[in-house]
Write a protein that binds this ligand. Structure first.
Ligand code: PBG
Length: 326
């Protein structure tokens, strides 16, 4: 007549819930993605991501300082060149004076080895057509010609002081090509956080505004199809074989099943990227008073951790890290 098993006993008080919590969230688990823009003289808020800015070099250093002080695990930098500096090959990506490489140098000068400085290793911010690689004569993205550009970009980022490169273009063989290029150039110590399972997602929308993307069409010939699960395990095997030091699943919230499977199979640390559209959804609903903002943020990140992420890239990294320290 009465239940023998009463799971509610372990939910009775905050103290007992804390005692038995399986998943934790610490500042070191969080990585802050940041944008540094060329040709602006004050930080510019991204309209579809309230609270997130395109930074000047100075405001980048200030926001980085606050994140590092809050104890975040690292910073992931994206570059936003001037529109007139974009071209078919994404030349600025491998130019030491390109905005991303200048931003990396500034962060390394400010923080040395005191945090982990990560660089987005992808051409889309720098190409005038907005694709993640260079185009073949028929307009398709040329995989192997793109690898040559990624190697140039990777070496420039390593020279600029990045500790970790994040190849996000989903070209076949990118991790192996970059590894070989880095080693040959004397950067055997620079590591790669491979975007292993990156899906073609509608939730990247706000990011495209954030980086001033000129993309027409879509990325479905290189990013993964939302219908698929198995190919993420294949991508994991390939990236690990090619020398990935860490792997990533992206987006996070619509792909928690993929994250769990990758985490179970991975011999290296696993990251997940809570992307711009996920940030925008929670922010917009909270602005309307439809959800409790802080509780929704914490629950979303805890869910990503529970699904297997060692590391979570999130635009709320500083805010959450500061809240955890209170
Ligand atoms: C491409 C890249 C994208 C994001 C990070 N790197 C967008 C895309 O593939 O179109 C998205 C990040 C986000 O949405 O927050 N280099």
């Amino acid at each position: 007549m009465f239940p023998i098993d009463r799971p509610r006993r372990l939910r009775r008080t905050p103290a007992v819930r804390r005692l038995v919590a399986e998943t934790s969230l610490e500042p070191r688990h969080l990585v802050l993605p940041m944008f540094v823009a060329d040709g602006i003289d004050a930080p510019r808020e991204i309209s579809s991501m309230p609270g997130v800015h395109q930074h000047t070099l100075d405001s980048l250093a200030e926001a980085g300082e606050r994140a590092v002080r809050a104890g975040v695990g690292g910073l992931m930098l994206f570059g936003v060149p001037k529109p007139e500096d974009k071209d078919g090959e994404g030349t600025q990506a491998s130019d030491p004076d390109g905005i991303l490489n200048r931003g990396l140098r500034r962060l390394r000068d400010e923080f040395g080895d005191g945090t982990v400085i990560m660089a987005d290793t992808c051409l889309d911010e720098f190409t005038d057509h907005g694709h993640c690689g260079v185009l073949a004569a028929d307009g398709s993205v040329d995989n192997d010609a793109t690898l040559v550009r990624y190697v140039d970009m990777a070496v420039a980022q390593a020279e600029s002081g990045a500790h970790v490169l994040g190849p996000s273009g989903m070209m076949d063989g990118q991790i192996g090509a970059i590894r070989q290029g880095l080693d040959t150039a004397g950067f055997a110590d620079v590591s790669q956080l491979a975007y292993t399972a990156k899906y073609a997602s509608a939730f990247y929308g706000p990011f495209r505004e954030a980086v001033g993307s000129t993309l027409r069409g879509d990325r479905r010939t290189y990013q993964q199809d939302a219908a698929n699960r198995r190919e993420s395990l294949r991508e994991l095997d390939l990236d690990v074989a090619e020398g990935a030091d860490m792997v990533m699943v992206k987006p996070a919230m619509s792909y928690l099943d993929v994250l769990r499977e990758v985490a179970d199979a991975s011999p290296v640390p696993v990251a997940a990227y809570q992307i711009s559209g996920e940030y925008a959804m929670i922010t917009a609903a909270a602005e309307r008073g439809w959800i409790d903002r802080e509780a929704a943020i914490d629950e979303s990140i805890l869910g990503i951790r529970r699904a297997g992420a060692d590391i979570v890239l999130t635009y709320w990294a500083t805010e959450v890290a500061e809240r955890l320290a209170r």
